[in-house]
Design a protein around this ligand. Structure first.
Ligand SMILES: N[C@@H](CCC(=O)N[C@@H](CS)C(=O)NCC(=O)O)C(=O)O
Length: 211
């Protein structure tokens, strides 16, 4: 039994979605950011960064959205959410996972929390730079998807799940991911997945899922 600490429409949503895809039992602790529930000493003992998600796995807290997706894919190999170790697609799977988490995702942190790198100054400049890097990344994903239905191999993997969640975060940005035609085609297909529709319903999210 897993316990997920999340909050609606966050990186926690990715793990919530993955757990629903897998159909495994889990308990859900939704933290109220407005009440600072992610900054209490009890929660900081689980996740020292004071962010979501945190997943309790076999009694121990595990953090980082991308790591958790890969871990869950490994723990439930029958669901085929990651190419097996040693398979031809494994290198591309790891490369895209790390690019999304290490190179692409941090620009979203800068976009949504521009005071962190700027220290309260130059918020506009930080957001402009973050926007440019996010749009550059979206263009790369769009080009990659020109002749493909998924990011890696032939089946839906955690790389697609991560890509979709990050694209969702652009929905209120000046140039959302759906502006790019290949990405739109891809996201329109992913948005039909029952578990993604279900996680929107469970987190009370009504925007974006219907296009
Ligand atoms: N690198 C972390 C980032 C997680 C993250 O930034 N989570 C955001 C929500 S999407 C959060 O908890 N923000 C609350 C805060 O920073 O106070 C991960 O991938 O898990």
């Amino acid at each position: 039994m897993y316990t997920l600490y999340g909050s609606p429409s966050t990186a926690g949503t990715a793990i919530h979605w993955m757990l629903l895809e897998l159909g495994v039992p889990f308990a859900l602790q939704m933290l109220d950011f407005d009440k600072g529930e992610h900054k209490t000493p009890e929660y900081l003992a689980l996740n020292p960064d004071g962010v979501v998600p945190t997943l309790i796995v076999d009694g121990l807290p595990v953090t980082q959205m991308a790591a958790l997706l890969t871990l869950l894919a490994e723990r439930h190999p029958e669901a085929n959410f990651a190419p097996p170790v040693g398979s031809p697609e494994r290198a591309a799977y790891l490369s895209w996972s790390f690019w999304l988490a290490n190179s692409f995702q941090p620009h979203f942190r800068a976009w949504f929390y521009p005071h962190e790198p700027a220290g309260g100054e130059a918020l506009v400049a930080v957001q402009a730079a973050a926007r440019a890097k996010i749009e550059e990344g979206l263009a790369r994903l769009d080009a990659h998807l020109a002749d493909r239905d998924v990011i890696v191999g032939d089946g839906f993997t955690t790389v697609d799940l991560l890509t979709t969640i990050l694209c969702r975060w652009t929905r209120n940005m000046p140039k959302p991911a759906t502006t790019w035609p290949n990405l739109k085609r891809y996201l329109d297909r992913v948005r039909q997945r029952p578990a993604l529709i279900e996680v929107h319903a469970r987190e009370g999210l009504t925007d974006w899922i219907r296009g």
